[in-house]
Write a protein that binds this ligand. Structure first.
Ligand SMILES: NC(=O)c1ccc[n+]([C@@H]2O[C@H](COP(=O)([O-])OP(=O)(O)OC[C@H]3O[C@@H](n4cnc5c(N)ncnc54)[C@H](O)[C@@H]3O)[C@@H](O)[C@H]2O)c1
Length: 477
């Protein structure tokens, strides 16, 4: 890397994970009117992430994604324009004009008796901020993209930076912006950053002005204007409220799923009709459960903030109930199977361990909740398949099915994630992959009614989450 004789501003992205690498790639692929890159970008991660950094520097994506433009843009920045490099050397942060913080901040939910408790580990994030305080230039803009509890920039980030500035005898106040990510790993990975609305807030006027200038240069703000809040607390709250709303919306449909199944109706069809009303267009469909790094934890960050910064005990009962319901949702698959057959001694395959379609991210995946529960049945053997994941870091011992054709050995097949690969399997192929008289559980609306009917006619039993009408289909065959 040699940015020395180059006048382009240097943007360091701290944390080369699912968000940081995507953001760094987008920033490195931001061009001026003459098609010259606007920024030099340095991605920083921890010393133990040397192999990740090496991969990035060879322009190789460390995960599989359906967004083809991601690999192309990474190659363009690393190999062609040479304005993006990754490193484990934190000292490079001292070169930054702007630092974007995409480090994780973990809060783990713990179900204790009837109470939802949490374990909040602030250390890695606070350590990252302290590193910035030790190294950055006094006029470097720090943009926090990490999802943080409301009040964190004011009560944690600013004091840490000031403390470290003080040790270096720097009198000026740190420049801080909070601007949360809405990145959607999947087919639109990069464009969900570049072509999407952004909320942001600066800790003071100067920070806000610099933040607006930077975000305007990177994001298509003509089509997707920025939403500026006056205080960082507002931007922080917005992110958590947004995710809690979605988590609650998903949980809401669960009880209706159970009812629809008992009544024997197709809830997907009902929802399609309800969605015609504009006011109801974002009603959620039944599904396998909620996973990923955000929706499973973000309401807890608000709870922590309530208790620790604002001395309140409202408790956010609605949002927390949603977390609980969503966590248990994948276990409904077991109830459905038990209505049909016992589980002891069975061979079960779970198709899709990623929490989201067309991406290889298994963090807090509902498949893990189901997998672990299934193993409690005597003699049951459970294997998993995912076109985007070769080894399951959360369940290292899990047996992987390498090819769908191996399903012929299984008694029960659970379709868990709506990966394109599964949606594209034709009805005749399904039949050829499945064991005679096996049971297929469509937990995420992967089979349409034509496929379901074909399988039923050919002696494959099918049940589905939210698909009470399958019983009626069977009666007609
Ligand atoms: N994944 C998503 O879809 C998504 C979407 C929107 C927002 N977010 C939020 O973005 C943040 C990051 O999420 P993620 O999914 O990228 O997490 P991640 O775990 O994939 O990445 C975090 C990275 O930060 C690195 N890191 C930790 N401490 C560091 C330090 N001191 N210096 C440099 N690097 C350090 C880790 O090694 C890791 O590679 C979280 O707050 C998350 O809630 C995530």
């Amino acid at each position: 890397m040699n940015f020395k004789n180059d006048t382009k501003p240097i943007v360091c992205v701290q944390g080369m994970g699912f968000v940081g690498l995507a953001m760094a790639t987008v920033v490195a692929n931001t061009f001026d009117q003459n098609n010259h890159p606007l920024y030099n970008v340095v991605g920083i991660d921890l010393p133990q992430k040397e192999s990740l950094v090496e991969k990035i520097n060879k322009a190789q994506l460390p995960f599989i994604t359906e967004d083809k433009s991601f690999a192309i843009e990474l190659q363009r920045a690393v190999l062609k324009n040479k304005n993006f490099t990754a490193s484990t050397d934190e000292n490079l942060l001292s070169l930054a004009d702007i630092v974007i913080v995409d480090v994780h901040l973990n809060i783990l939910k713990i179900f204790a008796e009837n109470n939802l408790e949490y374990n909040f580990d602030r250390r890695p994030f606070e350590q990252a901020i302290r590193t910035l305080g030790r190294l950055i230039k006094k006029d470097c803009l720090v943009i926090i993209e990490t999802t943080v509890p409301p009040g964190f920039c004011k009560n944690v980030v600013e004091p840490i930076l000031k403390d470290e500035f003080g040790k270096r005898k720097i009198n000026s106040t740190p420049l801080i912006v909070h601007s949360y990510e809405r990145v959607m790993p999947g087919k639109e990975y990069l464009s969900s950053i570049r072509k999407y609305f952004r909320t942001f807030a600066g800790i003071d006027k100067k920070s806000s002005k610099l933040g607006r200038k930077f975000l305007t240069s990177v994001i298509d703000t003509k089509q997707y204007p920025l939403k500026q809040e006056d205080y960082t607390e507002a931007s922080e709250l917005a992110k958590i409220l947004e995710n809690s709303y979605r988590a609650t919306n998903i949980a809401f449909i669960y009880e209706w799923t159970l009812l629809a199944e008992k009544i024997g109706v197709n809830l997907f069809s009902i929802i399609e009709g309800i969605k015609y009303r504009k006011t109801h267009s974002n009603i959620m469909k039944p599904g396998f459960g909620v996973g990923g790094y955000c929706l499973t934890k973000d309401p807890l960050l608000a709870l922590w903030s309530e208790e620790n910064f604002y001395n309140l005990n409202y408790g956010l009962p609605f949002s927390l109930k949603a977390l609980e319901v969503n966590h248990k949702m994948p276990l409904h698959v077991i109830d459905l199977i038990l209505e049909k057959t016992k589980l002891e001694g069975k061979k079960v395959a779970i198709l899709g361990i990623s929490y989201r379609e067309d991406v290889g991210d298994s963090r807090f995946s509902p498949a893990k909740v189901l997998f672990e529960e299934l193993l409690k049945y005597d003699g049951l053997k459970c294997s998993v398949h995912d076109p985007y994941i070769n080894s399951w870091s959360e369940v290292p011992d899990a047996h992987f099915i390498k090819s769908i054709s191996e399903l012929i050995k299984y008694d029960i097949v659970v379709l868990a994630t709506r990966h394109n690969q599964y949606l594209n399997i034709r009805k005749r192929s399904w039949l050829s992959f499945l064991k005679d008289r096996s049971l297929i559980v469509d937990a995420n609306n992967i089979l349409d009614d034509i496929k379901i009917k074909y399988l039923l006619v050919n002696k494959i039993d099918v049940i589905g989450v939210g698909k009470g009408h399958i019983k009626r289909m069977k009666n007609k065959i």
